[in-house]
Design a protein around this ligand. Sequence first.
Ligand SMILES: [Zn+2]
Length: 160
Amino acid sequence: MPIVNILASNSAHPDVVYVCAACLKESTVNASALTLGQGQSPHAIALPPCACGAQEFLQRTFDVHPVESQAGHRLAVNALAEHLKATGRIHSAHLAAVAAAPTPPQVGRLLGAVPDSSLPARIAAKRRAKSEPAPDAVAAAKAVLEAAKAAYAKAVGAAS
Ligand SMILES: [Zn+2]
């Protein structure tokens, strides 16, 4: 469900990085594969189904004061929706409704990471774990370094 990043790509459309709320798999889709308007809603954007079978939707919203914890995600979704609208990527069944809808009062910049603070906790935790080396890996690397130092000191001692 949540967008975690929107990146510039080689095409006229950005790449949208999102995380599956069901299995936490991170996927990337170019915005040229997305359309604004889905099913009954002129404000929904369907994401490609995840390999786990989950099918998720982004919903642009018109709240003036979004829930603080979701503000970053909402700004990103609204920015993406405005991009799709501006580039004509609108579902044919919803052309009139999209044209009639106002611009949401809160639209973020199109490109950039959604702050961890506005992502569901388990998704934010997974992204942190990915960007920082695991504590175990750091401890293991230190142990290797200490062993190498000890071996070096021993070898130097033996040579003199
Ligand atoms: Zn999934």
